[in-house]
Design a protein around this ligand. Structure first.
Ligand code: SF4
Length: 358
């Protein structure tokens, strides 16, 4: 379809705005597809300021696809620690191996090859194809969804298949095919800095005379979204044991959250449970017995929110007398207390250790 002058004009305005206001970010200085891929994966669900430090550390420790592919999963997860959504790190690692096996360690240029890599969806594939190889694929991330839904008053929910399809088509129309790299980065930065979720800066917006939602006075009604699925509540009780300068951890392996990450002994209960009730729990009794000799103190309670799950967590510190023997079942590993920092753990435990483990 031929583009109207009007829609082309929007890209010109976006690029002019970008030339003046673009953010200086470490991955902007490169067209290396490996680094662009890394930055895109790190920045999904992560703020730019936090993501930058991780990006720089990753590039330093794994400067090439080969170095990432030959690392162990534990090393990769450890480096990822604190970012959450660990499946991103696992996919990154798996895709690096795929790149070595199937593409000679080089990033492919073809969109269909890029999207065949583990964990790379439409958004990341379009970002790599356009930013690294200047190919005409429009990116559609949360910022782009918001900007387009407001500019064109898209009524279909942006989290429905239909809404996404409509917006992707408009995004492709809007794309300046001669400058896809600049155009895509411009519209994403614009969404992050001007057309923001709650307080868009419409009075300073270079697109204000083209914006259907602004003309109608309904900016904050967009993007339209279908209500997200209700979250379930879970109740976790962790025991940070201290016995002869050692503690116990185990590796999560169930088909549940935090696969392959380490954690303290955990009792999960169906509802909120205080320490007295916990003392009657079978698992608790099998670990510590009926009248535990140690000192149990409740040090930290927190609600940790994941997509679709609220993890209500209580951390207990357990100081057991050195004079008496103590052991946990075989699926737990006994480690020296100070070496806990060598193990990849969930963001929840990471936060606890940052505050309470010195
Ligand atoms: Fe977004 Fe406001 Fe600009 Fe419309 S006028 S694109 S709502 S910032």
């Amino acid at each position: 379809m031929k583009k109207s002058t009007d829609i082309h004009n929007l890209s010109v305005l976006l690029q002019q705005w970008y030339a003046e206001h673009k953010r200086v970010l470490p991955w902007r200085e490169t067209t290396d597809p490996y680094k662009i891929w890394l930055s895109e994966v790190i920045l999904q669900q992560t703020r730019v300021d936090q993501g930058s430090a991780y990006f720089q550390r990753f590039v330093r420790i794994f400067p090439t696809i080969e170095s990432l592919a030959s690392a162990s999963e534990q090393e990769v997860l450890k480096l990822w620690q604190g970012l959450g959504y660990y499946s991103r790190a696992r996919n990154l690692h798996a895709a690096a191996k795929q790149l070595v096996t199937d593409f000679n360690g080089k990033f492919p240029k073809k969109y269909s090859d890029i999207i065949s890599l583990k964990g790379i969806g439409e958004y990341t594939a379009a970002a790599i194809a356009s930013i690294a190889f200047n190919q005409p694929y429009a990116v559609v991330d949360g910022n782009v969804l918001r900007v387009i839904s407001r500019l064109f008053r898209v009524k279909e929910p942006v989290n429905s298949a239909e809404g996404k399809k409509i917006i992707t088509e408009i995004a492709q129309q809007l794309l300046d095919e001669r400058n896809p790299a600049i155009h895509n980065q411009a519209i994403m930065d614009f969404g992050a800095m001007v057309c923001t979720p709650r307080q868009p800066r419409c009075s300073q917006c270079p697109l204000q005379f083209h914006c259907a939602a602004l003309a109608e006075g309904s900016v904050l009604m967009y993007p339209v979204k279908i209500k997200a699925k209700k979250s379930t509540d879970r109740y976790f009780h962790y025991f940070h044991i201290n016995h002869r300068d050692s503690t116990y951890i185990h590796k999560r392996d169930a088909s549940d959250i935090w696969k392959n990450l380490y954690e303290f002994p955990l009792i999960e209960t169906k509802q909120a449970t205080d320490f007295t009730e916990l003392g009657r729990n079978d698992l608790f009794l099998s670990w510590f017995g009926e009248n535990p000799a140690g000192v149990f103190s409740s040090v930290y309670g927190v609600k940790h929110v994941l997509s679709h799950q609220n993890i209500h967590t209580q951390f207990y510190r357990v100081v057991l007398p050195d004079s008496e023997p103590f052991g946990m079942p075989e699926n737990f590993i006994r480690i020296s207390s100070s070496s806990i920092s060598n193990y990849p753990v969930s963001r929840l435990i990471h936060k606890y250790l940052e505050r309470f483990h010195h």
